[in-house]
Design a protein around this ligand. Structure first.
Ligand SMILES: Cc1cc2nc3c(=O)[nH]c(=O)nc-3n(C[C@H](O)[C@H](O)[C@H](O)COP(=O)(O)O)c2cc1C
Length: 364
Protein backbone atom coordinates (compact mmCIF):
# COMPACT_ATOMS: atom_id res chain seq x y z
CA UNK A 1 0.00 0.00 0.00
CA UNK A 2 2.73 2.43 0.95
CA UNK A 3 4.53 1.45 -2.26
CA UNK A 4 1.55 2.35 -4.40
CA UNK A 5 0.97 5.55 -2.49
CA UNK A 6 4.60 6.50 -2.94
CA UNK A 7 4.62 5.72 -6.65
CA UNK A 8 1.68 8.08 -7.07
CA UNK A 9 3.08 10.76 -4.78
CA UNK A 10 6.71 10.84 -5.95
CA UNK A 11 6.27 12.79 -9.22
CA UNK A 12 4.23 15.34 -7.26
CA UNK A 13 6.83 15.58 -4.50
CA UNK A 14 9.63 15.99 -7.06
CA UNK A 15 7.79 18.92 -8.61
CA UNK A 16 8.04 20.75 -5.28
CA UNK A 17 11.00 22.53 -3.74
CA UNK A 18 12.98 19.76 -1.96
CA UNK A 19 12.41 21.23 1.48
CA UNK A 20 8.65 21.64 0.94
CA UNK A 21 8.50 18.04 -0.33
CA UNK A 22 10.28 16.93 2.82
CA UNK A 23 7.92 18.82 5.15
CA UNK A 24 4.96 17.28 3.36
CA UNK A 25 6.46 13.78 3.65
CA UNK A 26 6.89 14.26 7.40
CA UNK A 27 3.27 15.41 7.69
CA UNK A 28 2.06 12.41 5.70
CA UNK A 29 4.08 10.00 7.83
CA UNK A 30 2.72 11.62 10.98
CA UNK A 31 -0.94 11.21 9.92
CA UNK A 32 -1.18 8.27 7.52
CA UNK A 33 -2.37 4.95 8.98
CA UNK A 34 0.74 2.95 8.11
CA UNK A 35 0.82 -0.81 7.74
CA UNK A 36 3.44 -2.54 9.89
CA UNK A 37 6.27 -4.07 7.83
CA UNK A 38 6.67 -7.84 8.05
CA UNK A 39 8.76 -9.06 11.01
CA UNK A 40 12.47 -9.37 10.31
CA UNK A 41 14.30 -12.61 9.60
CA UNK A 42 16.36 -13.32 12.69
CA UNK A 43 19.53 -13.63 10.59
CA UNK A 44 19.31 -9.86 10.07
CA UNK A 45 19.45 -9.13 13.80
CA UNK A 46 22.52 -7.23 15.01
CA UNK A 47 23.79 -6.74 18.55
CA UNK A 48 25.88 -3.58 18.85
CA UNK A 49 26.58 -0.97 21.56
CA UNK A 50 24.70 -3.28 23.96
CA UNK A 51 21.49 -2.87 21.93
CA UNK A 52 19.54 -5.47 19.95
CA UNK A 53 18.72 -4.21 16.45
CA UNK A 54 16.04 -6.24 14.60
CA UNK A 55 17.76 -5.40 11.30
CA UNK A 56 20.82 -3.29 10.41
CA UNK A 57 19.11 -0.56 8.36
CA UNK A 58 18.71 2.81 10.07
CA UNK A 59 17.20 6.12 9.03
CA UNK A 60 20.12 8.57 9.03
CA UNK A 61 20.06 11.85 10.94
CA UNK A 62 18.51 14.84 9.22
CA UNK A 63 15.30 13.20 7.98
CA UNK A 64 13.43 13.42 11.27
CA UNK A 65 15.28 16.34 12.82
CA UNK A 66 12.60 17.08 15.41
CA UNK A 67 11.52 13.59 16.47
CA UNK A 68 8.12 13.81 14.79
CA UNK A 69 7.93 10.40 13.10
CA UNK A 70 10.31 7.82 14.62
CA UNK A 71 7.51 5.30 15.19
CA UNK A 72 6.19 5.64 11.63
CA UNK A 73 9.70 4.90 10.33
CA UNK A 74 10.09 1.88 12.61
CA UNK A 75 6.71 0.59 11.41
CA UNK A 76 7.86 0.91 7.81
CA UNK A 77 10.72 -1.51 8.47
CA UNK A 78 13.74 0.50 9.62
CA UNK A 79 15.72 -1.34 12.30
CA UNK A 80 16.46 1.96 14.06
CA UNK A 81 15.95 5.69 13.65
CA UNK A 82 18.36 8.53 14.41
CA UNK A 83 16.44 11.72 15.17
CA UNK A 84 18.12 15.14 15.06
CA UNK A 85 20.39 16.93 14.75
CA UNK A 86 18.86 18.78 17.65
CA UNK A 87 20.43 21.95 19.09
CA UNK A 88 19.88 23.20 22.67
CA UNK A 89 17.92 26.29 21.59
CA UNK A 90 15.61 26.53 18.59
CA UNK A 91 17.30 28.00 15.51
CA UNK A 92 16.22 28.59 11.93
CA UNK A 93 19.35 27.53 10.06
CA UNK A 94 20.52 29.15 6.83
CA UNK A 95 18.29 31.13 4.46
CA UNK A 96 16.32 29.18 1.84
CA UNK A 97 16.78 27.72 -0.72
CA UNK A 98 19.23 25.41 1.06
CA UNK A 99 18.49 21.91 -0.26
CA UNK A 100 19.13 20.97 -3.91
CA UNK A 101 18.52 17.76 -5.85
CA UNK A 102 21.12 16.60 -8.37
CA UNK A 103 18.69 14.42 -10.29
CA UNK A 104 21.04 13.08 -12.95
CA UNK A 105 23.54 12.13 -10.24
CA UNK A 106 21.02 10.84 -7.73
CA UNK A 107 22.62 13.22 -5.24
CA UNK A 108 21.56 15.97 -2.83
CA UNK A 109 23.36 19.09 -1.64
CA UNK A 110 22.21 20.68 1.59
CA UNK A 111 23.33 23.65 3.64
CA UNK A 112 20.49 23.60 6.16
CA UNK A 113 22.75 24.65 9.04
CA UNK A 114 21.07 22.77 11.90
CA UNK A 115 17.53 24.09 11.61
CA UNK A 116 16.05 22.71 14.82
CA UNK A 117 12.98 23.19 16.97
CA UNK A 118 15.36 22.91 19.92
CA UNK A 119 15.88 20.45 22.74
CA UNK A 120 12.67 21.06 24.69
CA UNK A 121 10.32 20.29 21.78
CA UNK A 122 12.23 17.17 20.73
CA UNK A 123 12.57 15.98 24.31
CA UNK A 124 8.81 16.26 24.85
CA UNK A 125 8.13 14.11 21.77
CA UNK A 126 10.69 11.46 22.63
CA UNK A 127 9.50 11.32 26.23
CA UNK A 128 5.91 10.78 25.01
CA UNK A 129 6.97 7.67 23.06
CA UNK A 130 9.54 6.43 25.59
CA UNK A 131 7.67 3.19 26.27
CA UNK A 132 6.88 2.45 22.63
CA UNK A 133 9.96 0.27 22.13
CA UNK A 134 12.26 0.28 19.11
CA UNK A 135 15.70 1.83 18.87
CA UNK A 136 15.55 5.61 18.58
CA UNK A 137 18.84 7.46 18.88
CA UNK A 138 19.35 11.21 19.04
CA UNK A 139 21.96 13.18 17.13
CA UNK A 140 23.11 16.33 18.93
CA UNK A 141 24.79 19.53 17.75
CA UNK A 142 25.77 22.96 19.01
CA UNK A 143 23.87 26.19 18.37
CA UNK A 144 25.52 28.38 15.76
CA UNK A 145 26.02 31.27 18.17
CA UNK A 146 27.00 29.23 21.24
CA UNK A 147 29.78 30.89 23.24
CA UNK A 148 30.99 27.46 24.40
CA UNK A 149 30.10 24.73 21.92
CA UNK A 150 31.30 21.91 24.14
CA UNK A 151 28.93 23.15 26.86
CA UNK A 152 26.06 22.74 24.35
CA UNK A 153 26.95 19.06 23.84
CA UNK A 154 27.22 18.52 27.59
CA UNK A 155 23.81 20.09 28.12
CA UNK A 156 22.22 17.92 25.45
CA UNK A 157 23.78 14.72 26.82
CA UNK A 158 22.34 15.55 30.23
CA UNK A 159 18.88 16.03 28.73
CA UNK A 160 18.76 13.19 26.22
CA UNK A 161 20.93 10.37 27.59
CA UNK A 162 18.21 9.29 30.06
CA UNK A 163 15.64 8.68 27.29
CA UNK A 164 17.47 8.01 24.01
CA UNK A 165 18.60 4.54 22.90
CA UNK A 166 21.95 6.12 22.00
CA UNK A 167 23.39 9.60 21.48
CA UNK A 168 25.43 10.66 18.45
CA UNK A 169 27.85 13.54 18.81
CA UNK A 170 27.73 15.33 15.49
CA UNK A 171 30.87 17.34 14.89
CA UNK A 172 30.89 16.76 11.16
CA UNK A 173 28.20 18.97 9.69
CA UNK A 174 29.85 21.23 7.11
CA UNK A 175 27.16 23.87 7.51
CA UNK A 176 27.95 25.32 10.93
CA UNK A 177 31.15 27.35 10.51
CA UNK A 178 34.04 25.93 12.55
CA UNK A 179 32.12 22.89 13.84
CA UNK A 180 34.34 20.41 12.03
CA UNK A 181 37.37 21.79 13.93
CA UNK A 182 36.09 19.82 16.93
CA UNK A 183 37.37 16.72 15.08
CA UNK A 184 41.00 17.78 15.63
CA UNK A 185 42.81 15.69 18.25
CA UNK A 186 43.08 18.14 21.13
CA UNK A 187 39.60 19.63 20.71
CA UNK A 188 38.07 16.16 20.28
CA UNK A 189 39.78 14.85 23.39
CA UNK A 190 38.44 17.74 25.46
CA UNK A 191 34.95 17.34 23.98
CA UNK A 192 34.83 13.58 24.62
CA UNK A 193 36.20 13.92 28.14
CA UNK A 194 33.43 16.37 29.00
CA UNK A 195 30.55 14.54 27.31
CA UNK A 196 31.56 11.19 28.76
CA UNK A 197 31.74 12.77 32.17
CA UNK A 198 28.21 14.15 31.62
CA UNK A 199 27.03 10.72 30.47
CA UNK A 200 28.39 9.11 33.66
CA UNK A 201 26.49 11.63 35.75
CA UNK A 202 23.16 10.76 34.17
CA UNK A 203 23.67 7.04 33.68
CA UNK A 204 20.36 5.23 33.65
CA UNK A 205 19.46 2.25 35.76
CA UNK A 206 19.61 0.24 32.56
CA UNK A 207 23.28 1.18 32.12
CA UNK A 208 25.13 3.98 30.38
CA UNK A 209 23.63 5.30 27.14
CA UNK A 210 25.91 4.45 24.20
CA UNK A 211 27.78 7.46 22.79
CA UNK A 212 28.65 7.48 19.10
CA UNK A 213 30.81 9.91 17.16
CA UNK A 214 29.82 10.96 13.63
CA UNK A 215 32.74 12.07 11.49
CA UNK A 216 33.16 13.73 8.11
CA UNK A 217 34.31 11.76 5.08
CA UNK A 218 36.63 14.68 4.29
CA UNK A 219 39.19 14.06 7.05
CA UNK A 220 42.73 13.40 5.86
CA UNK A 221 44.08 9.98 6.84
CA UNK A 222 46.36 11.67 9.40
CA UNK A 223 43.31 13.38 10.91
CA UNK A 224 41.47 10.06 10.88
CA UNK A 225 44.41 8.44 12.75
CA UNK A 226 44.00 11.10 15.44
CA UNK A 227 40.20 10.95 15.61
CA UNK A 228 40.17 7.14 15.94
CA UNK A 229 43.03 7.27 18.47
CA UNK A 230 41.12 9.73 20.66
CA UNK A 231 37.82 7.85 20.25
CA UNK A 232 39.49 4.62 21.32
CA UNK A 233 41.33 6.21 24.23
CA UNK A 234 38.13 7.84 25.47
CA UNK A 235 36.20 4.61 24.87
CA UNK A 236 33.32 5.84 22.76
CA UNK A 237 30.82 3.10 21.96
CA UNK A 238 30.96 3.46 18.19
CA UNK A 239 31.52 5.73 15.21
CA UNK A 240 29.36 6.76 12.26
CA UNK A 241 31.18 7.19 8.96
CA UNK A 242 30.16 9.61 7.75
CA UNK A 243 28.44 12.86 7.12
CA UNK A 244 28.05 14.73 3.81
CA UNK A 245 31.13 15.77 1.80
CA UNK A 246 32.36 19.19 0.74
CA UNK A 247 34.16 17.57 -2.20
CA UNK A 248 32.60 17.42 -5.67
CA UNK A 249 33.57 14.22 -7.52
CA UNK A 250 34.66 14.73 -11.13
CA UNK A 251 31.91 12.36 -12.25
CA UNK A 252 29.07 14.79 -11.35
CA UNK A 253 26.78 15.65 -14.25
CA UNK A 254 24.67 18.38 -12.67
CA UNK A 255 27.55 20.85 -12.96
CA UNK A 256 25.53 23.98 -12.21
CA UNK A 257 23.83 22.66 -9.07
CA UNK A 258 27.11 21.09 -7.94
CA UNK A 259 28.45 24.64 -7.45
CA UNK A 260 25.93 25.28 -4.65
CA UNK A 261 27.63 25.51 -1.25
CA UNK A 262 26.88 22.68 1.18
CA UNK A 263 27.36 18.99 1.85
CA UNK A 264 26.89 16.46 -0.93
CA UNK A 265 25.14 13.15 -0.22
CA UNK A 266 23.59 10.29 -2.16
CA UNK A 267 25.09 8.12 -4.88
CA UNK A 268 28.09 10.40 -5.68
CA UNK A 269 29.21 10.08 -2.04
CA UNK A 270 29.29 6.26 -2.03
CA UNK A 271 32.93 5.64 -3.11
CA UNK A 272 34.47 8.20 -0.70
CA UNK A 273 32.24 7.28 2.25
CA UNK A 274 32.90 3.55 1.78
CA UNK A 275 36.64 4.15 1.51
CA UNK A 276 36.64 6.22 4.73
CA UNK A 277 34.58 3.51 6.42
CA UNK A 278 37.16 0.86 5.51
CA UNK A 279 40.01 3.17 6.59
CA UNK A 280 38.23 3.66 9.93
CA UNK A 281 37.58 -0.07 10.31
CA UNK A 282 41.26 -1.00 9.95
CA UNK A 283 42.22 1.64 12.52
CA UNK A 284 39.53 0.72 15.06
CA UNK A 285 40.65 -2.94 15.19
CA UNK A 286 37.23 -4.09 16.45
CA UNK A 287 37.42 -1.87 19.56
CA UNK A 288 33.82 -0.81 18.78
CA UNK A 289 31.28 -1.24 15.94
CA UNK A 290 30.81 1.19 13.06
CA UNK A 291 27.74 2.50 11.29
CA UNK A 292 28.31 2.94 7.54
CA UNK A 293 26.41 5.74 5.85
CA UNK A 294 26.79 7.62 2.58
CA UNK A 295 25.35 6.83 -0.82
CA UNK A 296 23.55 3.56 -0.10
CA UNK A 297 20.94 3.19 -2.82
CA UNK A 298 20.81 -0.56 -3.46
CA UNK A 299 21.29 -3.95 -1.87
CA UNK A 300 24.73 -4.13 -3.48
CA UNK A 301 25.79 -0.80 -1.98
CA UNK A 302 24.49 -1.91 1.45
CA UNK A 303 26.41 -5.19 1.28
CA UNK A 304 29.50 -3.25 0.18
CA UNK A 305 29.25 -1.15 3.36
CA UNK A 306 29.01 -4.25 5.54
CA UNK A 307 32.00 -5.85 3.80
CA UNK A 308 33.94 -2.57 4.18
CA UNK A 309 33.39 -2.63 7.95
CA UNK A 310 29.85 -1.56 8.88
CA UNK A 311 27.97 -3.53 11.53
CA UNK A 312 24.96 -1.28 10.86
CA UNK A 313 24.07 1.04 8.00
CA UNK A 314 22.03 4.21 7.59
CA UNK A 315 20.61 5.99 4.57
CA UNK A 316 18.72 9.11 3.66
CA UNK A 317 19.24 10.62 0.17
CA UNK A 318 18.35 7.50 -1.81
CA UNK A 319 14.87 7.58 -0.30
CA UNK A 320 14.26 10.77 -2.29
CA UNK A 321 14.89 8.92 -5.55
CA UNK A 322 14.00 5.31 -4.72
CA UNK A 323 11.32 5.61 -2.04
CA UNK A 324 10.79 3.49 1.05
CA UNK A 325 10.65 0.23 -0.93
CA UNK A 326 14.44 0.39 -0.83
CA UNK A 327 14.43 -0.81 2.78
CA UNK A 328 12.78 -4.15 1.91
CA UNK A 329 15.00 -4.47 -1.17
CA UNK A 330 18.15 -4.11 0.95
CA UNK A 331 16.90 -6.67 3.48
CA UNK A 332 16.32 -9.27 0.80
CA UNK A 333 19.72 -8.56 -0.80
CA UNK A 334 21.45 -9.03 2.56
CA UNK A 335 19.59 -12.29 3.17
CA UNK A 336 20.55 -13.55 -0.30
CA UNK A 337 24.19 -12.79 0.48
CA UNK A 338 23.94 -14.81 3.69
CA UNK A 339 22.32 -17.71 1.86
CA UNK A 340 24.96 -17.65 -0.86
CA UNK A 341 27.71 -18.16 1.70
CA UNK A 342 25.61 -20.36 4.06
CA UNK A 343 26.02 -17.86 6.91
CA UNK A 344 23.75 -17.33 9.93
CA UNK A 345 24.53 -13.69 10.59
CA UNK A 346 25.88 -10.56 8.95
CA UNK A 347 28.57 -10.26 11.60
CA UNK A 348 30.56 -12.84 9.64
CA UNK A 349 30.78 -10.46 6.68
CA UNK A 350 31.65 -7.27 8.57
CA UNK A 351 34.98 -5.93 7.36
CA UNK A 352 35.66 -8.89 5.03
CA UNK A 353 36.79 -6.48 2.28
CA UNK A 354 38.20 -3.66 4.43
CA UNK A 355 41.84 -4.36 3.63
CA UNK A 356 41.10 -4.73 -0.08
CA UNK A 357 39.11 -1.46 -0.17
CA UNK A 358 41.95 0.47 1.50
CA UNK A 359 44.37 -0.82 -1.15
CA UNK A 360 42.34 0.62 -4.05
CA UNK A 361 43.15 3.92 -5.78
CA UNK A 362 41.72 6.90 -3.88
CA UNK A 363 38.18 7.63 -5.16
CA UNK A 364 38.18 10.81 -7.28
C1 LIG B 1 18.77 17.15 3.73
C2 LIG B 1 19.78 16.50 4.63
C3 LIG B 1 19.85 16.88 5.96
C4 LIG B 1 20.78 16.28 6.81
N1 LIG B 1 20.84 16.66 8.12
C5 LIG B 1 21.70 16.03 8.97
C6 LIG B 1 21.72 16.34 10.34
O1 LIG B 1 20.94 17.15 10.84
N2 LIG B 1 22.64 15.71 11.13
C7 LIG B 1 23.52 14.78 10.63
O2 LIG B 1 24.32 14.22 11.39
N3 LIG B 1 23.49 14.45 9.33
C8 LIG B 1 22.61 15.04 8.49
N4 LIG B 1 22.58 14.69 7.17
C9 LIG B 1 23.57 13.69 6.68
C10 LIG B 1 22.99 12.29 6.67
O3 LIG B 1 22.67 11.83 7.95
C11 LIG B 1 24.01 11.31 6.04
O4 LIG B 1 25.15 11.26 6.86
C12 LIG B 1 24.43 11.73 4.64
O5 LIG B 1 23.36 12.30 3.94
C13 LIG B 1 24.96 10.55 3.82
O6 LIG B 1 23.97 9.55 3.65
P1 LIG B 1 23.06 9.43 2.32
O7 LIG B 1 24.01 9.50 1.15
O8 LIG B 1 22.38 8.10 2.45
O9 LIG B 1 22.13 10.57 2.36
C14 LIG B 1 21.66 15.28 6.30
C15 LIG B 1 21.56 14.90 4.97
C16 LIG B 1 20.65 15.48 4.13
C17 LIG B 1 20.56 15.05 2.69
Amino acid sequence: MIGLFERLARPFLHALDPEDAHSLTIKMLACAPLPRAAGDDKRLAVRAFGLNFPNPIGMAAGFDKNGEVPDALLRLGFGFVETGTVTPLPQRGNPRPRVFRLNADRGVINRLGFNSQGAEAVLRRLAARANAGGIVGINIGANKDAADRVADYVRLIERFAPIASYVTINISSPNTPGLRNLQQAEALDDLLARVIDARERVTRQAGPTPLLLKIAPDLSLAELDDAVGVARARRVDGMIVGNTTLTRPASLREMKIAKEAGGLSGRPLLPLATRMLAETYVRVESAFPLIGVGGIDSGTAALGKVRAGASLIQLYSALVFRGLGLVAEIKSALLSALERDSLDSLSELVGADAAAVTAEAWPG
